[in-house]
Structure formats: structure tokens, C-alpha cells
Design a protein around this ligand. Sequence first.
Ligand code: AMP
Length: 146
Amino acid sequence: MISTNTRELLDTPISDFIISSEKVAHVQIGNSAEHALLVLTKTGYSSVPVLDIKYRLQGLLSMKMITESILGLERIEYEKLTNIKVDDVMDNNVTFLKITDTFQKALDLVINHAFLCVVDEEGTFAGILTRRVILKQLKKYIYQVD
Ligand code: AMP
């Protein structure tokens, strides 16, 4: 049986916890794989959102996706980086959250994702919710209850 306090946490809107879009490193459709590699290397993030010109979420791009795209039979073909576009290699089947979703939904999804993209009512990218933030909130809650 779920206590009133736990229910309150589970029903909290995720908008309270997201890292807003202006603070999120991203790449754009049409960017080269070389540019994306620079962004990923400089930020140190394992993957970043891919947005279109209207700031709508189009996919996710990771270092692994880029490396695989330039992997030759005997060597890494770095010279291909400028010709490959982000859209050629990104994952466009992305699990995402809506800004109106609750902590409970986020909790279910972060089990399998280090972070989730969040979109607003118009489908515009609003930011991300990370597993780290969810775990911090859970820890805070557990210590409060004890
Ligand atoms: P963290 O919880 O900070 O370890 O972040 C987990 C993952 O979320 C990172 O590896 C990135 O893929 C993504 N991430 C976190 N913060 C940002 C950010 N400000 N911009 C872009 N991606 C981020």
C-alpha cells in the first residue's frame, strides 16, 4: 500500500526537476558528424539530443554511433567525419517524456535511460531529466521519511 507522502512524490510534475533546454548541449539536424564529435568530446557527455531548426526533438546522438559510422575494416576512417550528417547516424526512436508527465513515469523510464528528453505541449524540446536528479529526489525523500 502506497503512503500519502509517497503518492505525493510520485504525482509531482517532472517540470520541477528538469534541466532546461538552454542549459542542455545539443546538435542540430544537418550538422556534420565532425561537429557532433567536437560537442560530445568537449562536454564529456555520452550522448546529446538532436534538434531541428524549430527546436523539436528529432533523436539522440552518442559517441558510439559516430565511431561506428567511421569504422573501416582495418582503421578508423576519420576523413569521413565531414561528409556524414548527424541525421545519418542518430537514433530517431527516442523514448521521451512530456512536460506534464509525473515523477512516477520518469522513475519507470530512468531505469533504462541515463537521461530522458522532455518536450512541451507543442512538441518543442523543453530540456532533459537525468537519472542523477531522480535518484537525488528519491534519496531526499527516503531520509525525510526515516
Ligand atoms: P549526469 O546525470 O550528469 O551524469 O548526466 C547523464 C547524461 O545525461 C550525460 O551523459 C548526458 O548524456 C546527459 N546530460 C546531462 N546533462 C546534460 C547537459 N547539460 N547537456 C546535454 N546532455 C546532458
